[in-house]
Design a protein around this ligand. Structure first.
Ligand code: MRU
Length: 371
């Protein structure tokens, strides 16, 4: 996507330096910082500390992490045990987003097809870059398949802006291009359909107010940041036409793990008869799971993310303590929205109902083989 006229992605491989580079999302929107990843430890730090975040981008970073493990200077010619244990470490960096294990396993399998180290390195890089390009295309298709939903609402509203509420950042910063939840919004905007986005600020790390608002603003999309608890009120007063969110892991039966607070938005949408769509590439389905509430691991993060708020103060980035010094905090990063609250999924293969049958109608190759 373009930032101030310049093409930008949240991760890329620089062919000149042969290095992996990422946009450091901790400093957005106020500073554009680029980091180089040269070791697996740096890649794990980047994942854990949310230098990069968002399910498809986590998958892409893990994929390139496998390549990094192979080119890390002190491990040239390393054996299979080394590769497997580095892949394990990468996969453990963030537990909820299934894209991480998917990306790491896919690149590891591509590398292990070869015995010679140099061939493994090339295979790992090629596969990781293929994943990145595929995810970019998938997100573009999600935009194309989501567009008719917004067009239909726009027709119903006779050209008045369609109000779309989103939670967290499921934009291009979380993916590679277009985003998942934002892809239909960008596609509609680019097609000249008036849209307005309610952006949940998304505590504690404010991915909505820091990242989604920045992205939408850079693209010229009309938006308003609201507190995480405002959605229900807006829905009751007819100010939300559609909810679209992303997801970090979705079961084959349609239960959706996404940033904490998503479930409450889905409940409010149901109560108010507002369509609640989840946009995702197929890399975010966990085809093994049938029950999201018991099966999806929910990441618990550093309590300091709740205790401190970071922002710009007199032109400098500052962190300030909000609650009483000694009050305990609990930082559950995701929740699970049961399939019954989801109107449908927008995927790279089309839109489907949030049921196992609906999902398998788009992904028939995932139908379990019965004997
Ligand atoms: O903790 P984060 O910022 O990685 O969580 C991201 C989200 O919950 C997004 O909404 C989700 O990954 C979908 S990203 C397309």
């Amino acid at each position: 996507m373009k930032v101030d006229g310049k093409d930008m992605r949240p991760i890329w491989f620089d062919p000149y330096s042969q290095r992996v580079q990422v946009l450091d999302q901790r400093f957005l929107p106020h500073e554009l910082v680029v980091n180089t990843l040269a070791t697996v430890d740096e890649t794990i730090f980047t994942l854990k500390e949310m230098v990069v975040r968002g399910a498809p981008l986590i998958g892409a970073t893990g994929a390139l992490g496998v390549y990094i493990s192979l080119v890390q200077k002190d491990h040239k010619g390393a054996d299979n045990d080394y590769l497997l244990s580095e892949c394990r470490r990468l996969k453990d960096a963030r537990p909820t987003a299934v894209n991480l294990a998917w990306g790491v396993d896919r690149v590891m399998a591509a590398a292990l097809k070869y015995e010679a180290h140099e061939k493994r390195v090339q295979a790992a890089l090629d596969e990781a870059l293929t994943i990145i390009e595929e995810e970019a295309v998938n997100c573009r298709k999600i935009g194309e398949y989501g567009l008719p939903l917004i067009e239909a609402l726009s027709r119903k509203k006779k050209g008045e802006p369609v109000n779309i509420l989103t939670h967290c950042n499921a934009g291009w910063l979380a993916c590679i291009e277009y985003g998942t939840a934002t892809a239909p919004v960008y596609t509609a905007f680019d097609a000249g359909i008036p849209v307005h986005v309610w952006v949940d600020e998304t505590r504690p790390l404010n991915q909505g107010s820091r990242l989604t608002a920045w992205e939408l603003g850079k693209h010229g999309v009309s938006h308003t940041i609201v507190t995480d608890n405002a959605g229900g009120h807006l829905m009751q007063h007819g100010r939300v036409d559609l909810v679209i969110v992303g997801t970090d892991r979705t079961t084959r039966t349609g239960d959706v793990a996404n940033k904490i607070g998503t479930y409450l938005k889905a409940l409010a949408a149901k109560d108010n008869g507002i369509p609640f769509y989840v946009a995702l590439p197929s890399s975010t389905f966990d085809w093994r799971l049938t029950d999201g509430i018991t099966g999806i691991p929910i990441e618990e993060r550093d309590p300091d993310e709740i205790r401190y708020v970071q922002g710009l103060c007199n032109g400098r980035s500052e962190k300030v303590l909000v609650p009483p010094e000694n009050s305990p905090t609990a930082n559950h990063a995701f929740d699970v929205t049961p399939a019954r609250l989801v109107t449908g999924f927008i995927t790279e293969r089309g839109v489907c109902r949030a049921t196992e049958e609906g999902i398998l109608s788009l992904f028939p190759e995932k139908t379990p083989v019965t004997k």
